[in-house]
Ligand binder design. Structure first.
Ligand SMILES: Cc1ncc(COP(=O)(O)O)c(C=O)c1O
Length: 417
């Protein structure tokens, strides 16, 4: 994969799960050209530029609808600010007091916090655990479904331990039981196949700035055609302005205010860039090969603990580790300052995952996440950087405290008079 841009930077970026960097040149170019030539408000008026801008929006809706395996109505692909925004909108629109919802202990705060808030509104929520390898058992979700269960929402891929969850199995259960099924595709959209129709996913919530290669502030959801959702928000749409309520036609039903058209244009360019690389499987293979090499390299280093890093199947190019003798934030700082390797440390906005893997009380872990512009040289450099800080951690862990001079109360330094 073209690594020209990463080489221009004098650091090695292994924090792609936070946001992909760099973005493909083609996306940056398309986005700025779009904004320079058609950066007007689409759909609000009928002048030529507005129509052209609207065409880009429509093309992006069509492209993403088919990318997510949606139906023929591309207006069911609605744009928002990011996946957090989409999940909040979904959860507050679907759940009413007295309802029950199910999610998992693998979730990011983008699901956990709206669910805690839902509890305050009188909604009962279950958080299903994951096993020692980092996977949720669909049978555990099925066992929690009750007559008043309205929503199952879960992450497709963990942003901490990188495990890809069995969403098709959960989708089949939810469809059988008549429960709405939504996924948080933050880590998987653009990297792992999502076929909403085949996998019985009712709502795909996505963010644009990771493996879809758009800038931050982009995202939204695909809502399957059989889903009747009433929005908990309202606002300007540019159509049916005399109505006192939000229009019920899509996309306006679930879109509020002026859209991030420049970011949406970038999503379209991101789709084209993915296709030009040979599709998501080519990008996934490249990233997984490097991620496995990195994991294997770390596994050889004394003092490294890896968590749920059996990456042979159903795994993202994302994993976490700790270094004996170094708290994760210190390990991350040393990798950055001494070796120019960029990671993410701490709890990664997913505190229940860290509870599950036993790293809450040690301030989390260090995370590596590979992107399309990483190379074998980056991986070699990162492995030797970790070896170096692990040697330092070992020295620190083994450093003996000075023996107490038993019985002596004399100060070592004598005061002079
Ligand atoms: C699994 C998961 N969900 C949600 C989010 C939140 O994404 P955003 O900040 O783009 O809304 C992230 C981002 O790291 C994530 O990894």
């Amino acid at each position: 994969m073209n690594d020209a841009m990463n080489d221009a930077n004098d650091f090695i970026y292994l924090d792609n799960a936070a946001t992909s960097f760099p973005k493909p040149q083609e996306v940056l170019q398309y986005m700025t050209d779009f904004y320079a030539t058609r950066g007007v408000n689409p759909g609000r008026t009928g002048f030529d530029l507005a129509v052209e801008a609207e065409e880009t929006l429509i093309e992006t809706r069509k492209s993403l609808t088919s990318f997510f395996g949606g139906g023929s109505d591309f207006n069911r692909l609605v744009f928002g600010h990011n996946v957090t925004d989409a999940l909040n909108l979904l959860i507050c629109s679907v759940l009413k007091p007295g309802d029950h919802a199910i999610t998992t202990r693998l979730e990011h705060n983008s699901v956990l916090r709206p669910m805690y808030q839902a509890r305050e509104r009188g909604i009962d929520v279950d958080f299903v655990p994951f096993d020692s390898k980092g996977y949720v058992d669909p049978a555990d979700i099925e066992a929690k479904i009750r007559p008043n269960t309205k929503l199952v929402v879960m992450t497709h891929g963990s942003n901490v331990i990188g495990t890809i969850q069995p969403i098709a199995e959960v989708g089949a259960i939810c469809r059988k039981k008549g429960v709405l099924f939504a996924i948080d595709a933050a880590q998987t959209a653009g990297l792992v196949e999502i076929d909403a129709t085949a996998m019985n996913i009712d709502v795909v919530c996505f963010t644009g700035h990771k493996s879809l290669y758009a800038p931050p502030g982009t995202g939204g959801m695909y809502i399957a055609e059989h889903v009747d959702i009433r929005p908990c928000r309202s606002g300007g749409t540019g159509v049916k302005s005399a109505l006192k309520t939000q229009p019920l036609d899509f996309p306006w039903r679930m879109e509020f205010g002026t859209l991030n058209t420049m970011g949406i244009a970038a999503l379209l360019a991101g789709q084209r860039w993915i296709a030009a690389q040979g599709g998501i499987s080519k990008i996934y293979e490249h990233e997984m090969r490097l991620a496995r090499r990195l994991r294997d390299g770390l596994a050889e280093i004394e003092g490294i603990t890896l968590y749920c890093a059996d990456m042979e199947t159903n795994h993202l190019p994302v994993f976490v580790f700790n270094v004996r003798g170094l708290p994760p934030d210190q390990a991350g700082a040393l990798l950055d300052v001494e070796h120019y390797v960029i990671t993410r440390t701490g709890l990664h906005c997913a505190p229940l995952v860290h509870e599950g893997i036993g790293t809450s009380d040690i301030d989390g872990t260090v995370r590596f996440s590979v992107g399309p512009f990483n190379t074998d040289e980056h991986i070699d450099h990162a492995i030797s950087a970790v070896a170096d800080i692990a040697a330092y951690g070992k020295q620190r862990a083994e450093k003996k405290r000075p023996a107490k001079s038993a019985g002596s109360s004399k100060p070592a330094v004598q005061a002079t008079t």
